[in-house]
Design a protein around this ligand. Structure first.
Ligand code: F6R
Length: 365
């Protein structure tokens, strides 16, 4: 039932504050601002490396997770696309653990990667939405996303629920590894607890601007997304969302890679969507934006009020998102990238919930 939404995708975008909150309550004690105990089959203090593997949107969630585990738990993370991981014969050792991320829990390549790690004797964790799935069954520890059934082929609430689990686990891992003390844990948990409210605020505040912008965007054939730090995987996710439902060619790049090739593409026919919360790397991203502007590129900047003021640039549009704590940014900034892809596709008249050539669950290699 789509309720009063035109598509399941739209409904699922707006269900996110609730899905995030429900998922988070499994891992975080909202009242005590502490992490909750998890399944003991994965002990983050007993490992030297975490190997993650997934496909598509779930892979991008994993890349954000890598930044978090490395920053908050000082745990090195290897992450790869499952279709590559399963065949590249990665050496695995006794102080490794593996983590797989999958909405459906049935993705063939992700499952094959899981079995490779299991055969190598690694403890297996799985971040899954469908809890009666094969991946959930074969894992040692299940870290559920409680997003509810996701109908739209383009993943939205499952993605932000995956991010919620990974953010929570990075705090839990930090506690187990002694890199986070009580005060830091409380601070990070407080930041997480604010996310559902910030997400609601972001969705509501961007809405009036987004339709006009989407209409404009629907006239372009190519779009480039840029981001730095955790905004880099979000740039890749934004590009994937746009291409899969609107069929506009889009690419996501790390902002710092711009000058190593993609800058050659920049002209007034290829808008550049820059995801840049006002954080520690903001100024670096602004200098990449200036490079785009100097070559006649048109910029859509997604930032907060401070970022908008500090950037002080001529843009095609500036989408202003509420100010968010660092760990919350990738989740809250999912709102504008999803809405932009959604409304662009609606303008183009595509089958948003069932895009051509795509299936919700990819059970063949
Ligand atoms: C994109 C999308 C796909 C899936 C990918 C993995 O919107 O939905 O890229 O993320 O096929 O699927 P799961 O998470 O079921 O393993």
């Amino acid at each position: 039932d789509r309720g009063n939404h035109r598509h399941f995708m739209e409904k699922e975008i707006y269900e996110q504050p609730e899905a995030i909150s429900r998922t988070m309550s499994r891992y975080i004690d909202f009242a005590e601002l502490k992490s909750k105990p998890i399944d003991g089959s994965i002990d983050f203090s007993a490992i030297d490396r975490l190997t993650m593997s997934a496909c598509g949107t779930a892979f991008y969630a994993g890349v954000v997770g890598k930044y978090w585990f490395e920053r908050y738990a000082r745990l090195p993370v290897e992450i790869d696309i499952a279709s590559e991981f399963r065949y590249r014969e990665m050496p695995l050792g006794p102080r490794d653990a593996a983590m797989f991320i999958s909405q459906s829990g049935e993705t063939a390549d992700t499952l094959a990667s899981l079995r490779y790690c299991k055969d190598n004797g690694l403890p297996i964790g799985a971040v899954v939405n469908v809890q009666e799935s094969t991946i959930a069954r074969e894992a040692n520890a299940i870290f559920p996303t409680l997003a509810g059934i996701e109908v739209g082929v383009a993943s939205t609430k499952a993605f932000t629920a995956q991010l919620t689990v990974l953010a929570s686990l990075s705090i839990i891992a930090g506690r187990q590894r002694g890199t986070i003390d009580d005060a830091r844990e409380a601070e990070l948990c407080q930041a997480l607890v604010e996310i559902p409210g910030l997400m609601t605020k972001a969705l509501n505040e961007i809405q009036p601007q987004i339709e006009k912008l989407a209409q404009e965007l629907s006239h372009y054939k190519h779009v480039l997304y840029l981001g730095r730090g955790t905004s880099f995987p979000l740039a890749m996710e934004g590009a994937l969302k746009l291409k899969e439902i609107s069929y506009i060619h889009a690419e996501g790049y790390a902002a710092g890679e711009l000058k190593h090739g993609p800058i050659a593409l920049i002209d007034e026919k290829m808008p550049v969507i820059v995801i840049a919360p006002y954080d520690a790397v903001f100024a670096k991203t602004v200098s990449n934006m200036q490079e785009v502007a100097a070559r006649g590129g048109r910029i859509i900047l997604i930032t907060d009020a401070e970022g908008a003021a500090a950037a002080d640039m001529e843009t095609m549009a500036t989408l202003v998102v509420p100010k968010v704590p660092e760990i919350a940014a990738p989740i809250v900034y999912s709102a504008p990238i999803q809405l932009l892809a959604y409304h662009t596709a609606v303008f183009m008249g595509t089958d948003v919930d069932q895009p051509r050539n795509l299936a919700k669950s990819v059970t063949v290699e």
